[in-house]
Design a protein around this ligand. Structure first.
Ligand code: ADP
Ligand code: GLC
Length: 486
């Protein structure tokens, strides 16, 4: 079959530009598609971090102003992991401190609709006759609200088929009102309930969900959940309406970056058949984080955005009990100030037993995956979740709530699942501090039985979380999108 020309449009990409899992996906899925012999290119803004990583990037095309509010820009060409990268250069919009979405104080950049309106518009352009490149996409793959206007531009302006993947429906990109439609170069008649309008605002995500040729999200369970108001909010009816075009494709992980046998962040590499060395990572982590070198109790690890989604307020509620379980805790994260302050105070009350580091630290994240005994993810909702997959790979059984991708990947330990050799973690009975406490008690009891614990670790480490399978599913989705477009 002829290779498809696929444009993967994204607002972040690991390792240089990453606020969460989308960054990891953008660094790995296009590579897997490339390995499946597809003609993939990645479009991303030329943030300062990327300009620094690719100083050799060359000018590929000039892009004139495409709408009243969209400034002129340039496309730069670079290569990452053998893959062509298209860097959208517009210093006035993208050359800023802070992360891709927020200023250094943590506030949304006020011109985000322009910044990501331009990204979406250029993504669409590369799938249209007017493409400034000799190359033209057959399929434009948008990800989350930041590129979700691309399907709308393609719907109204013609061109490539489009796919929108929802990585998190809680972020919808809602801005301004009707004048924004003209400012961004969308036709006036797109301002309607079955167009881009959403309760009096322009919603990037809703526009994409309404108008993309095909839709996907990052796990089968989340694909079902978002059709329900509890998870899908007011977008649930639209998702039910489009349920035949919506697929749940579980994320993979980058098995090179996340490999305990060959991880540059670790001093003591290990593997499923060499698990003894994992203990040395625990001691190293205890020392690094100022915890006592206790070997009689499990060490729980957390690496997470600290937001309501992730449910760590449940952990805070029982935090003072942890040393009495007995257990230790190491947490790396950043987010809501109140949750951050709560964990800092908890660590101050239990020196040597609970350690907290605020901020984003890629290498420490790897050392926590390796050094912790169990990994905590009591998420209220979790579209896919990558950390439980990293934990499984690192022999660090995850403790999760049965939601989204966590429900699809973590199998609670029981007599039956042990016999079937599928048990790989612990699942909370419900969303409460008490349920978390009961699960942690189970973890401690199981951890004391070294043989049983090792079986659990090895079941998890055997899981194939490579991207190849997901790449095949996306390819099928692209073909469906093309068939629909025609
Ligand atoms: P989400 O995208 O909702 O934050 P995921 O589990 O899909 O959740 O992905 C989170 C990614 O971000 C993982 O790679 C995780 O290791 C990383 N991460 C989150 N917080 C931090 C942090 N404070 N420091 C380093 N890495 C982090
Ligand atoms: C989102 C979700 C997370 C998912 C990631 C990558 O940030 O919160 O569950 O793993 O996207 O798809």
């Amino acid at each position: 079959m002829k290779a498809l020309a696929i444009l993967f449009a994204t607002s972040e990409m690991a390792p240089g530009v990453k606020t969460g899992g989308l960054g990891d996906v953008a660094a790995a899925l296009p590579v897997a598609l490339h390995q499946a012999r597809q003609d993939v290119r990645v479009l991303i803004p030329a943030y300062p971090a990327l300009k620094k990583t690719f100083p050799e990037a060359t000018l590929l095309a000039e892009i004139p102003p495409l709408a009243p509010a969209l400034p002129a820009a340039r496309l730069l060409s670079a290569h990452a992991a053998g893959l062509p990268l298209l860097l959208l250069d517009c210093p006035a919009l993208y050359e800023r401190p802070g992360n891709p979405y927020l200023d250094p104080l943590g506030n949304d950049w006020p011109d985000n609709p322009i910044r990501f309106g331009l990204l979406s518009r250029v993504a669409a352009l590369l799938g249209q006759e007017q493409s400034p490149l000799a190359w033209r996409a057959d399929v434009v793959h948008a990800n989350d609200w930041q590129t979700a206007l691309a399907p709308a531009f393609l719907h109204y302006g013609g061109g490539a088929a489009s796919v929108l993947t929802v990585h998190n429906i809680a972020f919808q990109g809602c801005f301004g009102g009707e004048p924004l439609v003209t400012a961004l170069g969308l036709p006036d008649f797109s301002w309607r309930f079955d167009g881009v309008e959403y309760h009096g605002q322009l919603s990037f995500l809703k526009a994409g969900l309404q108008l993309a040729s095909q839709l996907s999200t990052v796990s089968p369970t989340y694909a079902r959940e978002i059709q329900d108001e509890h998870f899908g909010y007011a977008l649930a009816p639209l998702l039910r309406h489009r349920r035949d075009d919506l697929r749940g494709i579980l994320n993979g992980i980058d098995a090179t970056t996340w490999n305990p046998a060959n991880d540059p962040a670790l001093v003591h590499p290990y593997a499923a058949n060499r698990l003894a060395a994992k203990r040395r990572n625990k001691i190293a982590l205890q020392n690094e984080m100022g915890l006592t070198e206790a070997s009689d109790r499990p060490l729980f690890g957390v690496v997470s955005r600290l937001t309501h989604q992730k449910g760590h307020d449940l952990l805070l509620a029982i935090g003072d009990g942890l040393p009495h379980l007995p257990a230790q805790l190491v947490l790396l994260g950043s987010g809501d100030q109140q949750i951050e302050a709560g964990f800092l105070a908890l660590a101050r009350r239990h020196p040597g037993q609970i350690a907290v580091k605020l901020g984003f630290d890629e290498a420490l994240a790897h050392r926590i995956e390796a050094g912790a005994d169990a990994f905590l993810m009591p998420s209220r909702f979790e579209p896919c979740g990558l950390n439980q997959l990293y934990s499984l790979r690192y022999g660090t059984p995850p403790v999760v709530r049965a939601t989204g991708g966590l429900a699809d990947t973590v199998i609670d330990i029981s007599e039956e699942t042990l016999a079937a050799r599928t048990a790989n973690g612990f699942v909370l009975a419900d969303e409460s501090p008490h349920a978390l406490w009961l699960a942690l008690e189970r973890v401690c009891a199981t951890w004391q039985d070294k043989k049983l614990w090792q079986r659990l670790q090895q079941n998890g480490m055997r899981r194939d979380s490579s991207w190849a399978q997901a790449a095949g599913a996306y390819l099928a989705l692209y073909h469906d999108a093309l068939a629909r477009r025609h």
